[in-house]
Design a protein around this ligand. Structure first.
Ligand code: PHE
Length: 449
């Protein structure tokens, strides 16, 4: 078998992995689900789920990834010495494919907004007009399809360059830029009149606001935003040397991801409150509400442009990871096949994504199972395939790989003791699967009395 490529540096791995995690989940979805799901109480729950469920699963994916040193499909059959288990990798590859087919639609919207700003089209409109403009933009079939294609094209160009020269290099530039721009943005937002209202909304928990739905959203959100359940983290960890400290890496990624979600909330809610807008505006929060907020600040459009560029970076680094796991599986890590496979996979994803893109225009009235095509894909991925993958991975790691192998792999590169190992193991073996099964029961409508 051909030798796998490896990350060049420890920090390169952390930034690439954080890049996969930080994306639409932390920046677009988090503020609006927090806005509709109870503000501070939601944030608090999200943090708890991330630490109790997300962290053990992330570490589990890292351990088997580095142990397997292979693509996601082979890793499972190799570690269990049974080809049947490769199904977990196959589900991950399939899920990533479908995920990118609609993720790229939103990526395309960001590109269209950037073009609009540069052309001056977002300047000085009144609040209601931004909402209309957003609807006009996303219902234009040609513009959205071209933008979706451009988003996928950038991902193809980066991923076809490989791990070190593609994903690692791009993440090393994009992630620090994202963090710096975000801090600038938050400082601007916090200096608005009445900003404290927004900060309170995001950070002061009022647990009476929680509903069973928002609890489940917080759980789904913590898995989605850490890219768990699809073997992306297994694949990224397979490019690691034995010297990397896995627990420390997992903690760094979780901290970075949480900081960005927090900064996204702090960039948005002060403005929402300061300008008397609705925090529970839903998915349009960023696209229709933010321009109105920025428009009322000095140099507002300049700041909004900065925000959109970093938002695009974040979405792209997540898209790279979705393509990467498919490429790694199809090429069986043969570098000679990488370029051609990346192009073919990218174009296929674009084709499958066309109906999702048109769901906001021409195909808006076409419904399957009571949902538009976009919503159906999102539902299948976020509520069925990802939790299913996460459940299978938790079962696989805790039951199919021996405890000794797990402990040795976890210890390699770190000085973790038996105590930490036991807590991790119990969380992964019992707590994570039970929580995921509860989510499933909810999807089946068991809690909708
Ligand atoms: N974590 C990414 C985000 O928050 C989404 C993602 C999920 C990426 C699964 C890869 C795999 O946007």
């Amino acid at each position: 078998m051909s030798q796998q490529e490896q990350w060049k540096s420890k920090i390169g791995f952390i930034l690439a992995t954080a890049g996969s995690a930080i994306g639409l989940g932390a920046i677009w979805k988090f503020p609006y689900v927090a806005g509709t799901g109870g503000g501070g109480a939601f944030f608090f729950l999200f943090l708890a789920f991330t630490l109790i469920l997300g962290m053990p699963l992330l570490l589990g994916e890292f351990i088997i990834g580095r142990k397997g040193q292979s693509n996601p499909i082979n890793t499972y059959s190799k570690l269990a010495s049974n080809p049947k288990w490769s199904i977990i990798g196959k589900i991950g590859v399939f899920t990533s494919f479908i995920l990118l087919s609609f993720y790229s639609v939103v990526g395309g919207w960001i590109i269209l907004y950037i073009v609009q700003i540069v052309a001056g089209g977002l300047n000085g409109l009144d609040e209601g007009r931004y909402m209309q403009l957003f609807e006009e933009i996303i219902s234009n079939p040609f513009a959205t399809l071209i933008a979706q294609f451009v988003f996928i094209l950038i991902s193809i160009l980066v991923v076809s360059k490989g791990i070190q020269k593609g994903i690692e290099l791009a993440s090393k530039i994009m992630m620090p830029a994202l963090l710096i721009l975000f801090i600038g943005l938050v400082i601007r937002s916090l200096s608005l009149d009445g900003a404290m209202e927004g900060v309170k909304f995001l950070l002061v928990p009022d647990f009476t606001k929680l509903t069973s739905e928002s609890i489940l959203f917080a759980l789904g959100q913590s898995f989605f935003t850490l890219s768990l359940g699809v073997s992306v983290m297994v694949t990224y960890a397979s490019y690691l040397p034995r010297t990397q400290n896995l627990p420390q890496s997992a903690i760094s990624i979780i901290i970075l991801n949480t900081i960005i979600a927090l900064l996204a909330g702090l960039a948005i809610f002060p403005g929402v409150f300061s300008f008397d807008l609705e925090p529970n505006a839903g998915p349009v929060l960023i696209f229709a509400v933010l321009p109105a907020v920025f428009n009322q600040m000095p140099f507002g459009m300049f700041f909004f442009l900065a925000f959109l560029i970093l938002f695009l970076f974040a979405a792209l680094t997540s898209a790279f990871s979705m393509i990467e796991i498919i490429v790694a599986s199809v090429t069986k890590n043969n570098p000679k096949k990488r370029k051609k496979s990346t192009w073919i996979i990218g174009i296929l994803i674009f084709i499958v994504g066309i109906p999702s893109c048109l769901s906001y225009g021409m195909l808006a009235d076409v419904q399957l199972f009571n949902r538009t095509f976009f919503d159906l894909m999102d539902f299948a991925v976020s509520n069925i395939l990802m939790p299913l993958g996460a459940l299978l991975i938790a079962i696989f790691v805790s039951q199919k790989v021996s405890k000794d192998v797990l402990f040795t792999e976890l210890k390699s590169g770190s000085n973790i003791g038996r105590g930490f190992f036991s807590i991790w193991y119990i969380l992964l073996k019992y707590v994570t699967p039970i929580a995921i099964i509860i989510v499933f029961l909810d999807v089946l409508g068991l809690f909708n009395w």
